[in-house]
Design a protein around this ligand. Structure first.
Ligand code: PLP
Length: 233
């Protein structure tokens, strides 16, 4: 599987490009995040020279361990895509270039306080739970506005670039597309009420990225279809 990871990137890029054309866009308007959680650094190194746009990890400790083995100057950004506990925020800032799973005001304030120490600005996405599944993190669509307001007014070291969601797992096509369309419409609303660009819509994983791109995704997060099945989660 790992031997063929580069061919898989090319095949996924092709499907992204076709889906982007169907939504009136081009494939280069969609970035591809390789979700490397649970997979070894050796697998990630196959992508070192940049056929993908970054790596996604969901655990701070795992990412720290891997990044210590990562070659200096390996320039792709590392994205935190899982729920971040506040007591791990400082470590997360050591290892991640961006946090795509901002899901609460308390976390935003904790990150802001830590970022102030070095006057660093962190790009973030607000994670929205568009399918109402209890097990999922992310704010509800209704809470997203209040979280964005809190960040814009009180967290100058957080740069909100857009929204992220996880589609309903195992959902039917209509249901999955509906969740993605909800995120897109929420982005349009927030854009006009806050006068922010919010260019990033991170949606789409191995099982649903073609639908996500057709629904306007600008960033897909692909694990299994690139690296194979995970042995644990
Ligand atoms: C694991 C994970 C992915 C990748 O899922 P695959 O189905 O393996 O492509 C994407 N996004 C998030 C937030 C994840 O936790």
């Amino acid at each position: 599987m790992v031997e063929h990871v580069r061919e898989r990137v090319a095949a996924i890029r092709n499907r992204i490009a076709e889906a982007a054309r169907r939504s009136g866009r081009t494939g280069d308007e969609v970035t591809l995040l390789a979700v490397s959680k649970t997979h070894p650094v050796e697998a990630m190194k196959k992508l070192l020279d940049g056929p993908v746009d970054g790596f996604g990890e969901n655990r701070v400790q795992e990412a720290l361990t891997k990044r210590a083995l990562w070659p200096d100057g390996g320039g792709l950004p590392w994205h935190m895509i899982g729920h971040l506990q506040r007591n791990k925020a400082r470590k997360a800032l050591d290892v991640f270039d961006r946090v795509d799973s901002l899901d609460g005001v308390d976390l935003a304030r904790t990150l802001e306080r830590l970022l102030q120490e070095t006057d660093r600005v962190l790009p973030v996405l607000i994670e929205v739970n568009c399918s109402g599944e209890d097990a999922k993190s992310g704010v509800s669509p209704a809470e997203a506005e209040a979280l964005l307001e809190a960040v814009v007014s009180g967290c100058p070291h957080l740069a909100v670039e857009g929204l992220m969601t996880i589609g309903p797992l195992g959902g039917r096509e209509g249901e999955v597309r509906g969740a993605f369309a909800l995120l897109r419409e929420l982005r349009e609303r927030l854009r006009s009420s806050f006068a922010l660009a919010l260019p990033v819509l991170s949606m789409g994983m191995s099982g649903d990225y073609v639908w996500a791109v057709e629904e306007g995704s600008t960033m897909v997060r692909i694990g299994t279809a690139l690296f194979g099945q995970r042995s644990y989660d």
